[in-house]
Design a binder for this molecule. Structure first.
Ligand SMILES: Nc1nc2c(ncn2[C@@H]2O[C@H](COP(=O)(O)OP(=O)(O)OP(=O)(O)O)[C@@H](O)[C@H]2O)c(=O)[nH]1
Ligand SMILES: C[S@@+](CC[C@H](N)C(=O)[O-])C[C@H]1O[C@@H](n2cnc3c(N)ncnc32)[C@H](O)[C@@H]1O
Ligand code: SF4
Ligand code: SF4
Length: 339
């Protein structure tokens, strides 16, 4: 059986990012602004969510097409009940080499051990500030930094790999860049700085709110000297920098100023079972109905393969070039497909 499928730009399908819920206990302004995601927001009802069995079956089909790396995300993935059961099921799928999860960390202290036991390899915890006042404003729900740090500690103690993601916004948390770098250098966790992106249709993005990665590197370098490091694998999202003379490193995710679409190997599966070819796609292709209609694995494999073969997405590159019409394009919400 042909194992690897390439899109129209010769990019292989390698990663599957699975959103397990569109709900979240945070209301980060840049992702789920409270004024839009309020009490009446129509979140997906349970019956529309893919079941764990359906997710596992799709994962096996995706691995037969070359996927090796799975990332569980959301919304907040730990809001989905019994998530460890899903991890255990995915761990049993042949061809899955790496299972990671992106989480806001608020429920991690409670679940880290069982997730590790179920077969999760690593977590990426999102944290945008070490200052309680700013953090509680950013998360929109008054959560405190301590709770997230406890989650990070618990994950580390449970033996999970840990990385930290910080979305940087000028005028919101750029003063936290150095304190975060110092703290996680000391803790020996890899911290990645993400350029604030124009995801979805509701986060009020402006280019002048983006702090370019170049600026972040030079700010840190002037206090803690850095040197560029090679990527760990083809298509790595983050550019790596090592602290000179140390093992520790940081990463920069520069989707705005240095788009990385040309090596993008990521497919995304929404909680309701739609496959998206890009984080900024306007629409996805439904895989849930074919599953529930009783289509065979072979038929679904054909469908997924044909979706990937047609793929031509490269939104960040187009944004960089100011492609006409790009600003008006409607996009799926980040909380829906998981970042
Ligand atoms: N524009 C764009 N941004 C992405 C893409 N993938 C990830 N990101 C952004 O980068 C952030 C970090 O992504 P992660 O999932 O932590 O990165 P990763 O490459 O899977 O991480 P590792 O496997 O640890 O290297 C995400 O939350 C997004 O904000 C992508 O394909 N396009
Ligand atoms: C959508 S969240 C889902 C997982 C989980 N709730 C969390 O926050 O880690 C995934 C990642 O996307 C990032 N993200 C959300 N909106 C973003 C934006 N506008 N620009 C850049 N990154 C964003 C978040 O910071 C987080 O690291
Ligand atoms: S970034 Fe994550 S934690 Fe924040 S609102 Fe979005 S899904 Fe929730
Ligand atoms: S913008 Fe789309 S194509 Fe480009 S790297 Fe991100 S997900 Fe991939």
């Amino acid at each position: 059986m042909e194992k690897q499928v390439f899109d129209s730009r010769k990019r292989p399908l390698r990663d599957l990012r699975i959103s397990v819920t569109d709900k979240c206990n945070f209301r980060c302004q840049y992702c789920m602004p409270a004024e839009i995601f309020g009490p009446d927001y129509p979140f997906l009802p349970q019956h529309k969510l893919l079941t764990f069995e359906e997710i596992t079956r799709l994962t096996a089909i995706f691995t037969s097409l070359g996927v090796e790396k799975i990332r569980i995300t959301g919304g907040e993935p730990l809001m989905r009940r019994n998530l460890a059961d899903l991890i255990r099921m995915i761990r049993g799928v042949e061809g899955v080499k790496d299972i990671a999860m992106t989480t806001n960390g608020s429920l991690l202290a409670k679940h880290a051990k069982e997730l590790k036991q179920a077969g999760l390899d690593r977590v990426t915890v999102s944290l945008d500030s070490l200052d309680d006042e700013r953090f509680s404003k950013i998360n929109g729900r008054g959560y405190r930094v301590e709770q997230i740090l406890e989650g990070i500690e618990a994950a580390s103690e449970a033996g999970l790999g840990v990385k930290i993601n910080m979305v940087v916004q000028r005028g919101v948390n750029d003063q936290d860049i150095l304190p975060m770098a110092r703290y996680f250098r000391e803790k020996k966790h890899i911290l990645r700085f993400i350029e604030f992106m124009d995801v979805g249709n509701s986060n009020g993005w402006r280019l002048d709110q983006v702090v370019p990665s170049r600026e972040i590197v030079s700010m840190i370098h002037s206090e803690m000297p850095l040197e560029a490091a090679d990527p760990n694998y083809y298509g790595e999202v983050a550019s790596r920098y090592r602290y000179v003379g140390e093992e520790g490193e940081i990463g920069l995710i520069s989707s705005v100023t240095q788009a990385f679409c040309s090596t993008c190997t990521r497919a995304r599966l929404s909680a309701e079972g739609k496959m998206y070819n890009c984080l900024f796609a306007s629409s996805g292709e439904d895989l849930r109905e074919p599953l529930r209609e009783g289509k065979s694995d072979g038929e679904i494999r054909e469908l997924i393969s044909s979706i990937w073969l047609r793929r031509d997405d490269r939104y960040s590159e187009e944004r960089l070039k100011n492609t006409p019409g790009i600003a008006k394009r409607s996009k799926v919400e980040m909380s829906h497909i998981g970042g």
